[in-house]
Ligand binder design. Structure first.
Ligand code: SF4
Length: 463
């Protein structure tokens, strides 16, 4: 069996063909054109109740190496540990660890129901690294067009790499400049991780579906829709596969290790794609890009960008003042030697083990912090690592950075600005981007939720 990760390490361009667990597929290509093909099995893309990737993996030939997706939506660290043990028992070596898009049945936790939790990709990578024996992939979305959301994506990519990611797979997108930027980023920081680009043969019907359903993090512009509609009317439907072949060849020329090919698992689709790859693989990067641009009717270079109401924003003065005040208080009350000594002394008393004392303390902390930062009593306060913006105010509860689903700084849930864009903007203004880049924030254990973070903090500090 050809080993997917070795293929990456030996710089042999490859194609990872995505299969949804909701559709049973029996045809599996081992090569597309002259490139080795592997299997990627998705996690709950079609519905929240799709078959688990591990279970689905047994329906595919053992002779083809696989990459299993694990999405953190509605999962906690225990679920993930179990998944790791089962994956190991099934001899699965390659994982793509994602936070995942919004759970279709997401629950905000109103009226006593429990809130849907998301295991962050950074925490999943950390846990899998501790386990050992896996090649770990992470997702990255370079198709961000407002300054803060782009910064937030790259800051989180630093963390994913620091946590132990071995390879990267981009979100689906058609902006070649954005793909070039991520390659330049890896080179600039001397990161050796190999990167694959996600590609999809984009038909008018598919583009319409993505726009209509507002698929998180995917940019399809009105210009692209116009080109696809004109092509369809002119009977040029084969351009869908020609364009996909060109994007694959461009990625290869740019030094990508391969592509993650979605929505192209039928033999007839792959044969068409293959024929175009073979027809154009002799072209150099300039010629490929020229052909790509002419097919997309590119004139200004901005055809793949959404319309921008703004590019850059400054934090508001109240955000800056709040940060300065909370930072001062945090340093004085939680970080200083004297505060730690006093806190340790106070919380050493067995008195705090009484139910009523613990309840009063928890209530006091909640009242003191909920109105100011939106505290939800997670029990493991992470404010010092998040520039005093509580991670619980992110609907997915993400602490290490954003998911890939923002649109021009707006949260995937659509009802607020993404807190990670606010953080990135603030970090730049107060010279604290290293905090967002370096500090890996561990996941909150289930048993810690609903306890006082004050007590937990001082009890955990060392003498
Ligand atoms: S991180 Fe946890 S303890 Fe700190 S403010 Fe947010 S919910 Fe409260």
């Amino acid at each position: 069996m050809i080993n997917f990760f070795q293929q990456l390490e030996h710089q042999k361009f490859c194609i990872l063909v995505e299969y949804l667990t909701s559709s049973k597929t029996h045809h599996v290509a081992q090569n597309i054109a002259s490139f080795s093909a592997f299997i990627a099995i998705t996690d709950r893309v079609h519905s929240d109740h799709d078959m688990a990737p591990l279970e689905a993996s047994q329906y595919y030939p053992e002779s083809v190496d696989k990459v299993l997706h694990f999405a953190g939506k509605a999962r906690d660290i225990q679920n993930f540990e179990l998944f790791l043990r089962q994956a190991k028992a099934s001899n699965i070596k390659n994982l793509l660890l994602l936070t995942g898009d919004k759970l279709k049945e997401h629950c905000h936790g109103q009226e006593g129901s429990s809130r849907t939790r998301y295991l962050e990709s950074v925490n999943a990578v950390m846990a899998a690294k501790r386990h050992g024996g896996f090649n770990l992939g992470v997702a990255f979305n370079p198709f961000k067009y407002a300054e803060a959301e782009r910064d937030a994506q790259y800051l989180k990519l630093h963390k994913k790499i620091k946590a132990g990611a071995d390879f990267i797979i981009t979100q689906l997108g058609y902006d070649i400049d954005a793909l070039k930027q991520v390659k330049a980023f890896l080179k600039h920081h001397h990161y050796p991780q190999k990167i694959l680009a996600c590609v999809v043969p984009l038909s008018l019907a598919r583009a319409n579906f993505m726009v209509r359903n507002k698929i998180a993090g995917i940019v399809i512009t009105p210009h692209m829709m116009k080109v696809l509609a004109e092509e369809k009317q002119a009977g040029l439907s084969d351009h869908v596969y020609l364009r996909c072949a060109l994007q694959i060849l461009i990625c290869k020329s740019l030094g990508f290790a391969g592509v993650h090919l979605s929505a192209c698992h039928k033999p007839e689709e792959q044969m068409l794609l293959e024929s175009y790859i073979e027809q154009y693989q002799h072209l150099d990067l300039n010629a490929l890009e020229a052909l790509w641009s002419s097919l997309w009717q590119v004139k200004t270079g901005k055809e793949f960008m959404p319309e921008l109401p703004y590019y850059s924003r400054q934090p508001t003065s109240s955000q800056l003042i709040k940060y300065q005040q909370l930072h001062f208080m945090h340093e004085a009350l939680f970080e200083s030697k004297i505060a730690k000594g006093i806190g340790r002394f106070i919380f050493k008393a067995s008195f705090w083990e009484h139910k009523s004392a613990a309840k009063i303390l928890l209530k006091t902390e909640f009242i003191a912090k909920h109105g100011i930062v939106g505290c939800e009593s997670c029990g493991q306060c992470r404010l010092g690592d998040t520039l005093y913006i509580c991670p619980e105010t992110c609907p997915k509860g993400l602490a290490n950075g954003p998911c890939g689903g923002t649109t021009l700084d707006r949260c995937e849930f659509g009802d607020r600005e993404c807190i990670h864009s606010i953080k990135a903007r603030l970090a730049k203004a107060v010279g604290q981007t290293d905090v967002l880049k370096e500090n890996l924030i561990s996941t909150v254990p289930v048993e810690v939720r609903g306890t006082s973070s004050w007590k937990n903090w001082y009890q955990a500090t060392e003498t």
